[in-house]
Design a protein around this ligand. Structure first.
Ligand SMILES: Cc1cc2nc3c(=O)[nH]c(=O)nc-3n(C[C@H](O)[C@H](O)[C@H](O)COP(=O)(O)OP(=O)(O)OC[C@H]3O[C@@H](n4cnc5c(N)ncnc54)[C@H](O)[C@@H]3O)c2cc1C
Length: 286
């Protein structure tokens, strides 16, 4: 299997600039995120402070970014990275678009702000009936009862997929849009408050009731960085980096909002550039 030089996680300005820089340095890259780039780019009304693109809408800026990425022959792999495990001299990546474990010598985390805090019980039961990835773990719930907490409409497809395997899928949408799941999925509009279980997850408690289950899939847009990379050091809730965008884990770099304030496009892109150059330097010395 190919081992990429640099896996770049996230397709906002930080990840895209890291990809452009890594490509200019002739490195093999795996860029994982969204072909639509980042909501935080496309949803901005008017941007006045990005050098070279004066007074531009977020949508127009996203189009410029897409064109530049396409012209550099950089492919965006649509999907989510669940884990990047540090091994002795590479990272093993678990993703939601293939069962295979992917490998990269270095990793750049550019996943933006991790918005949500975990639910009580989530940390303790992660891997014991709590999962962040339906594609990875659905096989363990054949004929069983499952619950899906979907934080964006994209997760409806995951609930539909799970309903082909599990005996029961209860879907708790955590957004306001109308829900379009298949008839096997039961939609419940309640707010989860706790995951209950001893050695493994046994039930979900909501603001209205308690639902017994065999497995709970928590599908959020973003995964806390220290859950994605075990052992990653944080500072004030952000990834702790030095001026080279290096984290405490050798070969792991971070850029953009994930590293803290100010939350700005130009800073994110600049850090993406530094992170890629640091990754290139790391590869040449290892
Ligand atoms: C409405 C609005 C207006 C703004 N206006 C301005 C402005 O005028 N000027 C300014 O400078 N800044 C502005 N900002 C701030 C700016 O949006 C952020 O600072 C910038 O987008 C940060 O870039 P980033 O690359 O770090 O992260 P993001 O742009 O948040 O991109 C992160 C990407 O990573 C992806 N991702 C997350 N987790 C995973 C995973 N596990 N696997 C794969 N991909 C993943 C996300 O889907 C996303 O595509 C605004 C923000 C908002 C919300």
């Amino acid at each position: 299997m190919e081992r990429y030089d640099i896996a770049i996680i996230g397709t906002g300005p930080a990840g895209l600039e890291a990809a452009l820089t890594a490509r200019a340095r002739n490195k093999s890259i795996l860029l994982v995120g969204s072909k639509a780039l980042s909501d935080r780019v496309s949803k901005a009304h008017e941007i006045l402070n990005y050098l070279g693109l004066p007074k531009i809408s977020g949508e127009a800026m996203a189009e410029v970014f897409k064109k530049q990425i396409a012209e550099a022959n950089i492919e965006i792999t649509e999907g989510k990275v669940m884990y990047a495990y540090p091994m002795s001299d590479y990272f093993a990546l678990q993703v939601d678009f293939t069962d295979e474990i992917l490998e990269a010598t270095t990793v750049i985390l550019a996943t933006g702000l991790a918005k949500t805090k975990g639910l009580p019980g989530e940390d303790k039961l992660l891997g014991s009936g709590v999962s962040y990835c339906a594609t990875c773990d659905a096989q363990f719930y054949r004929g069983k009862r499952t619950i899906v907490l979907g934080y964006t409409p994209k997760e409806e497809a995951e609930a539909d997929f799970l309903s082909e395997i599990a005996a029961e899928v209860l879907y708790f949408p955590q957004y306001k849009d109308e829900v379009h799941t298949n008839e096997k999925v039961r939609v419940i509009k309640e707010i989860p408050v706790e995951i209950i279980g001893g050695m493994k997850a046994e039930a979900l408690k909501t603001d209205a009731a308690t639902y017994e289950t065999d497995g709970i899939f928590i599908l959020r847009e973003s995964i806390a960085p220290d859950k994605m990379v075990p052992g990653l050091a944080l500072k004030d809730g952000h990834v702790d980096v030095d001026l080279n965008m290096a984290t405490n884990i050798p070969g792991c770099f971070a850029a953009g909002d994930i590293t803290g304030t100010p939350y700005q496009y130009i800073k994110a892109a600049g850090q993406g550039n530094v992170a890629a150059l640091s990754a290139v330097d790391y590869i040449s010395h290892h």
